[in-house]
Design a protein around this ligand. Structure first.
Ligand code: PLP
Length: 393
């Protein structure tokens, strides 16, 4: 129960430049598919150095387009993580593909490449070895492994190099869900640019926001052309407004959203730096509270792009009770994540049960996301940490 909220869970960071850019669109007749989406996409081409950026109306839409452009369809298997926001697995279900969940690294919460290697080898072998990776699902030889879909959890890039090698070796697509990691880097390479395609998302709690929105980035010309068509109701180049070569969607990003995102992108460094400062305040203050583990970053490979700030409690501390007590003090907090394989519709469809992915479940039980944004003040961080200290003490 959250009583009157005193520190918001998250807040967008907006200036008059953003407000004016949106208002300027409203003074034109072009509210969709005009100059702003082109400029927004250009900003992402520049930022990533990739050939294509395709603006869409959500990160989920972007991931779905990647799945469609990779021709992942009914019964196809995709290795992915159960420790994520549901969208990364849902986009597979949209196409009646089957997520093969693989457990995560306990430090980062990102998919464990060693387990991915084992799973891929098992599928290459087939039979009983493969079935072990889908314990409650009657996989058969018709089910073909098509792709790996890692997620950059909380703004920390996945350990991509080994995943890339596996994908190359076995002819699998690598779809990078970087919806939480805009601006992060892995071995000095930008998150989202490390697979066949990458997706960023811009809900208001994200590093930059468009209200709702996302973008797919890729160097794959064919996939990009397909995604552009599918985004726009399946219209291929040369189709008129009422001709539709493919079964597509309305995944277009409107001009107001694109204008907002364009200006936010100009401020990306500033926004990331402010988020980093808030995370550093938390890290410093929480070090003094026993039983609270601050987020773990792999220093050798990772430049973090802070999306959320998720602490883990030592065994013996009841995370849900802490969250409730924070709520009673007007401080919202969220369990992060509730494992995907334990969501009711996943249990119903695939028969997953508790114990299937022990590391994911452990992180899911102990993790709590605290209020976080670039506009948070040090005093607010202090308020949250003092409340935590009082509750745990
Ligand atoms: C890991 C991950 N994937 C996908 C998404 C989906 O993005 P959207 O909410 O824009 O559809 C999110 C959004 O929070 C996310 O965190």
């Amino acid at each position: 129960m959250v009583s009157k909220i005193t520190v918001p869970m998250s807040s967008p960071d907006l200036t008059d430049a953003e407000r004016e850019a949106v208002a300027a669109v409203l003074r034109t007749p072009n509210l969709s598919m005009g100059g702003e989406i082109l400029a927004f996409e250009e900003a992402f081409r520049q930022f990533t150095g990739l050939r294509h950026a395709i603006g869409v109306n959500s990160g989920t839409a972007g991931l779905h387009l990647c799945v469609r452009a990779a021709y992942i369809g009914e019964g196809d298997l995709v290795i992915t993580t159960p420790f994520s926001f549901v969208a990364s697995a849902n986009v597979l279900l949209f196409e009646r593909a089957v997520p093969v969940f693989v457990d995560v690294d306990p430090l980062t919460g990102n998919i464990d490449p060693v387990l991915v290697q084992q799973a891929v080898q098992a599928f290459a072998q087939g039979g009983k070895a493969a079935r072990q990776w889908l314990p409650h699902y009657g996989a058969n030889e018709k089910n073909r492994l098509k792709a790996i879909l890692p997620v950059d959890v909380f703004g920390q890039p996945s350990d991509i190099d080994p995943l890339y090698e596996i994908a190359q070796q076995y002819g699998l697509k690598l779809i990078e869900d970087s919806c939480e990691s805009l601006g992060a880097s892995y071995k000095d390479r930008k998150a989202g640019t490390l697979g066949d395609c990458g997706v960023f998302a811009f809900y208001p709690n994200k590093q930059i926001t468009t209200g709702e929105g996302g973008v797919v980035v890729t160097n794959d010309d064919q996939a990009a052309a397909m995604m552009r068509a599918l985004r726009n109701q399946g219209r291929a180049p040369g189709d008129t407004w009422l001709q539709h070569t493919y079964l597509g969607y309305n995944y277009r990003l409107d001009e107001m959203s694109a204008a907002l995102g364009r200006v936010q992108m100009q401020r990306l460094d500033e926004l990331l730096q402010k988020r980093g400062r808030v995370a550093a305040w938390y890290n410093q203050r929480l070090a003094a509270i026993p039983g609270v583990q601050v987020p773990q970053v792999v220093p050798q490979t990772t430049r973090m792009s802070w999306f959320v700030y998720v602490v883990r409690f030592a065994p013996g501390i009841d995370r849900d009770k802490v969250a409730q007590a924070l709520g009673e003090r007007g401080i919202p907090a969220r369990p992060y994540f509730i494992p995907i394989h334990l969501q009711p519709y996943m249990v119903e469809r695939f028969g997953y049960r508790e114990g299937d992915f022990p590391i994911t479940e452990d992180l899911g039980r102990r993790g709590l996301s605290l209020p976080f944004s670039s506009v948070m003040s040090q005093a607010q961080v202090e308020q949250v940490c003092q409340a935590l200290q009082d509750i745990i003490g």
